[in-house]
Design a protein around this ligand. Structure first.
Ligand code: HEC
Ligand code: HEC
Length: 446
């Protein structure tokens, strides 16, 4: 025993005397060991995301919608296309909004404000923060939801979209078949046996007042792109909400934050992260136990949890109260009391640019989010303590540890080149993400 201790001591002295100017070697190894342990395969490589054009290896594809480049190219333009916004509540708003009105790429595809608004709002500011309600619209006519928009990155790892996970026939929705179309008539689409993205996007197009048909696609110039993307689909079914959705889903699956420092580190570049970021990662997978809920290549989780945060309608800066049931979380879909206040465990990359955190936008910095988890005290007085997840509780991190964990989230998980997923132009030639006069002025777009 004494002999062993001596060897360890000698080794310790040896390592530290030899690696004086590079004492991080052990930290790298320690992190790798933790990752091996938590990965599904016993290998830290499990956390590596594929290249965006490695179509074969993009995860969770819908068997009815294999990804091709032609689909991704079409989907990318349609997502930003203001020319398909032709079903607004008031004709003055024709062709003025798009999916990207609430999913702005510079804001990691969120709204740039606490709540997204598409039809029924004017202006953009520099990246969405300047969008405000159109004075000609009544509050109830505005297209806005009772939860913060989710980022459109790493959706390849999302099998059941939305905060309540109500879409998609597989993943966590296996066993919920009897609910499809009951609690929420929109989820009827799950009966088509599609993956979550293919299920939710047709509904998003309708909810957000957009239209796809042959006449409009001819007018805007998309017919040929549909022909290339869906050559085997019969012509009378080729220019529809369904094909447009499949194209957008293909595009979404290519939007991966695979150039983030943590991804580079996983691929073998030990210098991609700073020592503090590595310490933060060690905390994430170690003492702070974030990995208990956030565990996948995108650091989302295939589960729902109640962590007691405030709802959007409890925040006094809401445009108007939507009361659309979203505050109940997973229970708004399952109608099961056990699911009350449980929300999906979201992905964690590129959050630095989002600016609003949790489903109710109750935090405005990542450091405040980390402090919230560290304190482990629910902030929402309406949620009974019995509903709070057992993995949520005080962590006793020091100020330094809070900073290191924040650094890992802000910078270790930050792909600085996200705009590679934004198109240079859209075929209508309209401005995007928005096309109303105030937005055009704000964006310097004619
Ligand atoms: C008015 C703002 C708004 C517009 C416009 C909008 N979205 Fe969203 N989007 C949201 C909000 C809010 C959520 C989260 C809602 C929820 O989960 O209850 C969301 C969530 C999503 C999700 C789920 C992501 C996940 O991780 O679960 C997808 C996919 C999505 N939107 C795609 C689209 C597409 C495609 C369009 C255009 C057809 C679109 N959105 C237009 C506000 C918007
Ligand atoms: C009990 C499970 C659980 C644990 C443990 C957990 N999280 Fe989460 N996390 C969630 C859920 C659920 C949400 C979404 C909650 C909501 O908005 O209602 C979330 C949201 C977040 C968000 C905000 C994401 C966004 O888009 O708004 C960040 C950042 C985050 N978690 C980081 C962490 C870190 C760092 C740790 C470790 C200190 C951690 N989480 C531990 C379940 C968990």
């Amino acid at each position: 025993m004494k002999y062993l201790a001596f060897i360890i001591l000698v080794n310790f002295v040896f390592i530290y005397s030899c690696t004086d100017d590079n004492p991080v070697a052990d930290r790298d190894q320690e992190l790798k060991t933790l990752l091996n342990q938590y990965s599904n395969t016993g290998d830290a490589k499990w956390y590596i995301m594929p290249e965006s054009d490695d179509y074969e290896n993009l995860p969770n594809q819908d068997v009815k919608n294999p990804i091709t480049q032609a689909k991704a190219v079409l989907g990318e333009m349609l997502f930003f296309e203001t020319g398909i916004g032709v079903s607004p509540k008031k004709t003055m708003s024709m062709e003025t909004y798009s999916c990207s009105s609430c999913h702005v790429p510079e804001k990691t595809f969120t709204a740039g404000r606490f709540q997204g608004i598409a039809d029924g709002a004017l202006g953009f500011g520099s990246h969405g923060e300047g969008r405000a309600i159109n004075p000609w619209y009544d509050g109830t006519e505005v297209d806005a939801q009772g939860a913060r928009p989710l980022p459109m990155v790493n959706l390849a790892y999302v099998r059941n979209p939305l905060w309540n996970g109500s879409f998609g026939s597989f993943g966590l929705n296996v066993g919920t078949e009897s609910l499809w179309g009951v609690a929420d008539t929109l989820t009827k689409i799950n009966k088509e046996n599609r993956e979550g993205l293919e299920a939710v996007i047709p509904r998003a197009l309708v909810v957000h007042r957009q239209v796809i048909n042959k006449e409009l696609m001819d007018k805007l110039g998309y017919t040929n792109l549909f022909n290339k993307a869906f050559p085997t689909v019969p012509v009378n079914e080729r220019y529809t909400m369904r094909t447009a959705s499949d194209a957008i889903a293909a595009y979404f699956r290519t939007i991966l934050t695979n150039e983030a420092p943590f991804q580079k580190w996983l691929k073998g570049d030990n210098n991609a992260m700073t020592d503090d970021q590595k310490e933060g990662a060690l905390l994430f997978f170690g003492k702070a136990k974030c990995v208990n809920c956030h565990n996948s290549p995108s650091l989302n989780g295939q589960r729902f949890a109640a962590i007691g945060v405030k709802n959007l309608d409890q925040m006094n800066y809401l445009v108007y109260k939507t009361n659309d049931g979203r505050s109940n979380g997973r229970a708004s879909f399952t109608l099961n009391d056990n699911d009350l206040y449980k929300f999906k465990v979201p992905q964690l990359y590129n959050l630095k640019d989002v600016g609003f955190y949790f489903h109710g936008s109750s935090k405005t910095s990542l450091k405040d989010v980390v402090k919230y988890f560290n304190n482990g005290l629910p902030e929402n007085p309406l949620i009974p303590a019995s509903k709070i997840d057992p993995f949520f509780g005080p962590l006793n991190l020091s100020d330094l540890e809070v900073d290191q964990l924040t650094d890992f989230l802000e910078n270790g998980l930050y792909d600085a080149n996200l705009l590679r997923y934004k198109p240079g132009f859209i075929l209508s030639g309209n401005c995007f993400p928005n096309n109303d006069n105030q937005s055009k002025l704000d964006m310097g777009c004619n």
